[in-house]
Design a protein around this ligand. Structure first.
Ligand code: SAM
Length: 327
């Protein structure tokens, strides 16, 4: 079979795989202050199990895979998994989302293993504020990671900033300037109400329309095609080498073209980021399910994919924080 669609005729071809719920940062909007109760190691899917699920998904029509977390680079020997996934011939786009802290040491190895694209999350360019938001991190580590990703040949490296009113929105212009001065590809993401942070999201939320308006004080934004048909809309400032992307999951959702499934570190398949529905794959796998049996389950999860999220009526995901999903 070469492709699969859900009950709303959306082709499903993208799987985001979380390889751990652990993280070396504690970002205020992603994780509770005292962290989460990490999954026992035995509950986390092994690389062989992840790879079997990915193979089953690929046989159904998944072509894009993104590795995420928690922080994926804290999982030991991640490049082993990358190599296993690279061997699945149907998967033609293998990418990674990371906070970048450990990237300078791993960028070359990950590239050699088969990662094609890297997104790095970064919410402040000010060392003290960065430390405050992440409750742990050193900005310089991430900046080194960004440089190492470029040096390893990743292009474009995308920098994702979650914009939060009163926390980092006074840095929008500084981030946008990086597209002029250093050729960064920056993406501004609306703050989503997920898990514990639902209440706070209301007061912190800034719609993309307002963010764009503020950036335009630097010059007119020209539409730009950076790649594919993902959720971001790209633009460029006059004379910029880099681009600016806007992702609006809340104010202008893109559920109508959602092509993704998510796999959590403990083997739950999540058909929608913002709904609590999930299907266990680890149990069947550990009882010896074959690729064909996993394909059947994936098919059921795809059929159950909701038409869209229901943020506008106040319904969102309650059962997990973002670090337990992978974003
Ligand atoms: N640790 C990796 C990282 O930092 O990129 C991967 C996991 S992290 C959960 C993935 C992405 O989700 C990050 O870009 C993070 O900023 C984003 N994220 C987490 N909570 C969010 C929220 N409430 N709204 C919007 N984005 C969020």
């Amino acid at each position: 079979m070469t492709g699969i669609s859900d009950s709303f005729n959306r082709p499903i071809n993208y799987l985001r795989i979380s390889v751990t719920d652990r993280c070396n940062l504690r970002c205020v909007y992603c994780m509770p202050a005292d962290g989460i109760n990490p999954l026992p190691h035995g509950d986390i899917l092994s690389y062989e199990e992840v790879s079997l699920i990915a193979r089953s998904a690929a046989e159904l029509g998944i072509k894009k895979v993104r590795i995420t977390g928690g922080e994926p680079l804290v999982r030991a020997n991640l490049s082993n998994l990358v190599r296993m996934l690279s061997e699945i011939k149907e998967i033609n786009d293998l990418s990674l989302t990371t906070n970048g802290v450990l990237l300078s040491a791993q960028a070359r190895e990950l590239k050699a293993a088969g990662i094609k694209r890297v997104n790095i999350s970064l919410d402040s360019l000010r060392p003290e504020r960065f430390h405050k938001i992440t409750r742990a991190g050193k900005l310089e580590d991430v900046l080194q990671g960004i440089r190492a990703a470029g040096a390893a040949g990743f292009n474009p490296v995308k920098i994702n900033m979650v914009v939060m009113r009163g926390i980092n929105d006074d840095e929008l212009i500084d981030f946008a300037r990086k597209t002029l001065e250093e050729g960064w590809h920056v993406r501004f993401i609306e703050f989503m109400p997920v898990g514990e942070k639902q209440q706070e999201a209301g007061e912190r939320f800034i719609p993309i329309s307002e963010i764009m308006g503020r950036i335009e004080s630097l010059g007119a934004l020209e539409p730009y095609i950076l790649d594919g048909n993902g959720p971001a809309k790209y633009f460029r400032l006059p004379q910029a080498r880099g681009t600016i992307g806007f992702i609006s999951p809340v104010s202008e959702h893109f559920c109508f073209k959602c092509n993704r499934l998510r796999l959590s570190a403990e083997g739950k398949l999540l058909p929608c980021l913002l709904s609590d529905a999930e299907m266990d794959l680890r149990g069947p796998l550990r009882r010896g399910a074959s690729v064909d049996e996993i394909k059947l389950l994936l098919g059921q999860a795809i059929a159950a994919k909701p038409q869209g999220h229901k943020l506008e009526v106040g319904t969102t995901r309650n059962n997990r924080n973002m670090c337990q999903i992978g974003g």
